[in-house]
Design a protein around this ligand. Structure first.
Ligand SMILES: O=C(O)CCC(=O)C(=O)O
Ligand SMILES: [Fe+2]
Length: 320
């Protein structure tokens, strides 16, 4: 099997990951945000692969989003939405269980139908910080909404989230929709694991760093591989126990997991967004005339594009 080549990682690497990046020189020229310490956040990002902001997500926006989900689940036949339950994909309209009570359910891409979801994805602090990370406007690739702990084994996102033209232009935000209880299966991440020299990318076959339909290796093989790499590098997990209003942003190369749900009666309501940069955003995922026709949401310098294949009306309460 070919050895994984790190050239692609370094060639399309984001600015702060480049060898020889000079933070002092960057800060001397960069427009400085009014409302957070840019140096602190970039240092955290470079060192650990995450940035966190406390109390920056408006409770009104969170409540609007929860209202949209309630409305959606009260009328599941009205939207052509995909959900995942116990590893299986379903159309929301076709399920015969309550998506909010069954364990492990996640809603895919609610930003396609919910304005409140778009507002959460395009949070001011997240967009401002990611504009520095990407050196371009951040654009939403997809979102995932969890009602309960995911119990997802340790992984990195880039083998799976890979429609962007520059593989390395990838970051995610994690927004709690309620205070997160330690027994509810919180998110954990491995600080420092975003450096490919510490955690060598998994070889999916013939040196490929992404999962393809014809990959020789399966997703089940990723977690044991990563765990071994993390052990070798001495990297330990940090559990994220945020309060409603907080947000965590992770680097697309960072290893993370959904920890075990110790108390299955507890919810763990959370909203994840994956982003890339405007220049790496896949053209097929937007209308060719999206800017002229405003088939998009532009907020805080970031974008969510209306998808050409989504036919649902903008009918959830948050659009009103
Ligand atoms: O929230 C979790 O438990 C994990 C989510 C995740 O890994 C992702 O959405 O990329
Ligand atoms: Fe992930």
């Amino acid at each position: 099997m070919a050895v994984v080549d790190l050239t692609h990682f370094h060639e399309s690497a984001m600015l702060f990951d480049r060898v020889g990046f000079d933070l002092d020189a960057y800060l001397a020229k960069a427009p400085s945000p009014m409302d957070f310490d840019l140096r602190h956040q970039i240092e955290s990002w470079m060192d650990t692969g995450i940035a966190t902001f406390e109390g920056v997500v408006s409770f009104d926006e969170l409540d609007d989003f929860l209202g949209d989900i309630e409305s959606l689940c009260g009328n599941p036949g009205a939207f052509d939405l995909e959900i995942e339950s116990r590893g299986q994909r379903h159309r929301l309209a076709e399920i015969d269980f309550n998506p909010l009570s069954d364990t492990g359910v996640k809603f895919n891409c609610l930003e396609n139908i919910s304005k409140a979801a778009r507002q959460l994805s395009l949070n001011k602090f997240v967009c401002e910080f990611l504009a520095h990370v990407f050196q371009a406007s951040p654009v939403v690739l997809q979102s995932l909404t969890f009602w309960r702990g995911s119990n997802q084994p340790v992984h990195t996102d880039y083998p799976y989230v890979r429609t962007q033209s520059k593989l390395s232009h990838l970051a995610a935000s994690w927004v709690p929709l309620e205070d997160i209880h330690p027994d509810a299966g919180p998110l954990a991440y491995y600080p420092g694991s975003h450096k490919p020299e510490r955690v060598r990318p998994f070889d999916w076959g013939d040196g490929s760093v992404v999962l393809e339909p014809d990959s020789q290796r399966s997703a089940a093989e990723l977690a044991p591989y990563l765990q071994q790499q993390l052990n070798l590098s001495g990297l330990k997990p940090s559990v994220f126990l945020p309060k409603k209003g907080d947000v965590l942003i992770w680097h697309g190369w960072l290893a993370h997991e959904g920890t075990k749900t110790r108390n299955p009666d507890l919810t763990r309501k959370s909203y994840v967004t994956h982003y890339t940069s405007l220049d790496a955003y896949p053209k097929a995922h937007m209308y060719p005339d999206a800017f002229a026709t405003q088939r998009l949401t532009h907020l805080n310098g970031g974008y969510v594009f209306d998808k050409p294949w989504v036919n649902d009306a903008k009918a959830l309460p948050s659009w009103r």
